[in-house]
Design a protein around this ligand. Sequence first.
Ligand code: IMP
Length: 431
Amino acid sequence: MLSIVTGAQFGDEGKGKLVDRMTADADIVVRYQGGDNAGHTVVAGGTEIKLRLVPSGVLHGKRLLIGPGVVFNPSVWAEEMEMLADAGVAPGPDRLGIDAKTSVLMPYHRELDRLQEEQREDAISTTKRGIGFAYQDKVGRDEIRVEHLVDPDRFGRQLERILPDRLDRVERMGGDPDAVREEVEEYRDLAADLAPHVTDVSREVHEALDDDRHVLVEGAQGTFLDVLHGTQKYVTSSHTTVGGACAALGVGPRRVDNSIGVLKAYITRVGSGPLPTGLEGETGDRLREQGDEFGTNTGRPRRCGWLDLPLARKAIRLNGYSALALTKLDILSGFDTVKVCTGYRADGTETAYPPETTRDLEQVEPVYEELPGWSADITAASSIDDLPDAALQYVEHVESELGVPVTAVSVGPDRDQTLFREQGLPGSDAP
Ligand code: IMP
C-alpha cells in the first residue's frame, strides 16, 4: 500500500506528528523533497524531537528513506544523527537509506541564498538554507550528488569543475569564499559515515509495494509553497504536492492508494507572500501564542489567520486528497466565536475558489462565516465523542464545505492526542 501525506496550506500543518502516528502501521517512511528548510516536530511520551532531514517515523524503528528529490546537507544530517544518538534512537544503515542520486546541498548554496536574500529589494524570506540554489544546480546539471560525495575521487573531480565558479559568485556578492572553501573541505570527513546508507530508493519502494508492504511518504512544506502551483515567487523550490511525490520517487500515480492532506484548523504562513485571512492585532497574536507559531528551525514568528476554505479547495484538487487530518483544533478553544473563510470578494464579485496569480490573490477580501466557539479544554479528549458540540460542529462544517472526509482530528502535540473518526485514517489501523 502507498500512502502519501502532504501539507494542504503553507507548511507547518503538523505533518510530522501525523506521520509519526501513522508509522505504527507502515513498513517504510520516505522523505521525497525539500531539505533542511523543513522542521518536523514529533512528541512521544513527553520526548520532543525536532527533525530536519530524517523522516518523522524515526521513533518507531521502521525503515526510513531519503529520496533523490531531496537536497541533502550532510553536515546538518551529521548533527541530526548525533542528536538522535543522544536520544538513543539514531538509525543505522539498516534503518536509514539515502538515494545515490540525491543532490548534496553545498556550503556555497547556503552562502549564496543568504547573500541574495540580504540584497534582494523584495526578499522571499527564505530559510537561508541554500534550498533554491541547490535545486538550481540540479536542474542546471551542475550538482554534486551523494554518489560523488561518498567517492573521494569523484567528489574531487566534481569540485574541480564546479567550485571555482561558485566561489567567484560568492566573492562577487560580497561573501567570504575562503570560509566556504573550508566548509566544503569538511564535507570530505562525512563520506565514510554516509557511504553505508546509500541506496536506490525507487527500487526499495517498488519492491516493498510488490511485497504488499506499506510505504508511507512524507511531504515537507505545503501545497501553496509548491514551485509550480504555489504563490510564486513566494514559494520553495520543489514540488510539494502528491504528484511531486510520484515524480520524485519514480512511482506512477496509479500505485497511490491514499492521498492524505494535513490541514490546520486555522492557517499560518512564515515568510513573505499573500495570506488572505492573515490577521493583524489581538486575534492573530492570540493564535500565534496559543499555537506556539514560531518557526521550528528559524524561530521566526508565523503570520496567523482563520481557516481559508478557498485555498483548501484548491489544495484538494492539486493533490487529489482522499482524506484530511484536521490539526491543532485545541488552539481554537476559548474563542467566543470562530470564523472560517468560505469565499473571497474580488472586483465586486464573490468566488469560492482562489484566483490563479499571486497578484490577484493579494487583492482578494475574505468572506467569513462565524461559528459558535467552545470554552472547554479539549486536549484531554480521548475520542471524537469527547469533543464539545461546537468543536464537532466545526469539524463537520469543514468537511461538508470541502467534500472530503476529515478522518483524524489532532488536539495536542503528543502522538496520543489524535482522535480518529469512525472510518479512521486510510493507511492506519486506528481506530
Ligand atoms: P526556502 O525553502 O528556504 O527557499 O524558502 C522559500 C519559502 O518557503 C519561504 O517563504 C519560507 O519561509 C518557506 N518555507 C520553507 N520551508 C518551510 C517549512 O518547512 N515550513 C513553512 N515554510 C517554509
